[in-house]
Design a protein around this ligand. Sequence first.
Ligand code: ADP
Ligand code: MG
Length: 446
Amino acid sequence: MNQQIQALWAQSQDRIKERIGSQSFDTWIKPLTAMTVGEDSLTLKVPNHFFVEWLGQHYLNMMKEVVSDIFHKPLSIVLVPPVGEIQAAARQKPEPTEFVPAQPTSESGLRERYIFDTFVIGKSNEFAYATAFATAQDPGKLYNPLFIYGGVGLGKTHLMQAIGHFTKRKRPKARVLYIPAENLMNELVYAIQNRKMLEFKNRYRSLDILLLDDVQFLSEKSGLQEEIFHTFNSLYDARKQIVLTSDRPPKDISHLEERLVSRFQSGLVADIQAPDLETRAAILKKKAELDGLSIPNDVIYFIAASVKSNIRELEGSLIRVVAFSSVSDQELTVDFAREVLKNIISQKSRLISIELIQKIVANYYSIPEEALKSKRRIKKLVLPRQLAMYLSRELTSASLNDIGNRFGGKDHTTVLHAISKIKKMIASDNEITSQADRITELINGG
Ligand code: ADP
Ligand code: MG
């Protein structure tokens, strides 16, 4: 019996590996061992309780799907840390050991931790935060719909759910529903196939607040947009609040019907940008505080400086470092963190090289690449050169000296001067800001 479980679990692991790639697999899935399988659950042993949290947030739903398929029955997954860990965790917080954080905490689909209080405000998200907060105060009135867009892992889902929590707290009877657009589409398809359209309509049209996440997925299902449009309108006409998120502004969602685009942008459109270093550090501190972890400040800053564009990855890196230090019983230092995050960090800096930045900047301004390395001080060349140095600093892990060398042997004060000049320009000159944004997009493969 036990052998059979092991074999099926091994098979499940292979399938999971295909889905998430070998690096994540080695870190998070490989260390898990199958303990028992019951009527409706598979119990897995995890090295420590960080795995419970991490897997819960990232992989549990997918794992459930895979094991149910391979074990040929619907299974949920129970994650069990070693006994010592359970006791330690129990001493800290009186929480059941089998908690599964990925599960929505209520029928509204909201996740417990996604509230305003745990959201760290910085320049990059203050506008989106302010609009979300205002919306929560007075749903259906101020901004309807509220449309929040921004890159992956920047806090859209968190903010959107915070609106739901806030409303629920103030009016416990309010009907709030959080749903990813993809799931909504699936429900709709199911309703159509099973002649349950009336139920579908009633379910959605009776809501007080609809939180529809990642609406860029609507673009793939153009046949269903008609019904979405009607649902949207009936909520809107009844002055019910609608909040939408997407990875891009409404007009950039391809194959989205014009009338939906115009509906989506008829309220307020707010964007979230990637956070700056201070905000990233503040987010890590908050996360550590919430998890009851004490982490040295220099380690926080090291991680914040290493992981720049995605807060989910930022938090993941923190958890990874803490988990490794607790498994290996080593002290949490910057060197230790650097070692643990080695692959993640070098992968990023390998992807974007100074050469690439120079090539793209030169191309953008139609000047020869060599001009970026020269000392000629004509205006037409100075700005691109300084901008390229600035981007090299922002987007790679190169030091000031490295950058100086790659730009024709300039010393680090010259590089520093260039960087601070561009920073000032970006703060005051929209034209430069949009050029820098566009070039960054190109560098990132846009
Ligand atoms: P998105 O929906 O934009 O992809 P999420 O809302 O899922 O991003 O955020 C990813 C993770 O980062 C979540 O765990 C979220 O709590 C966290 N996060 C994002 N922004 C902030 C913030 N400003 N303060 C605290 N945590 C944040
Ligand atoms: Mg999201």
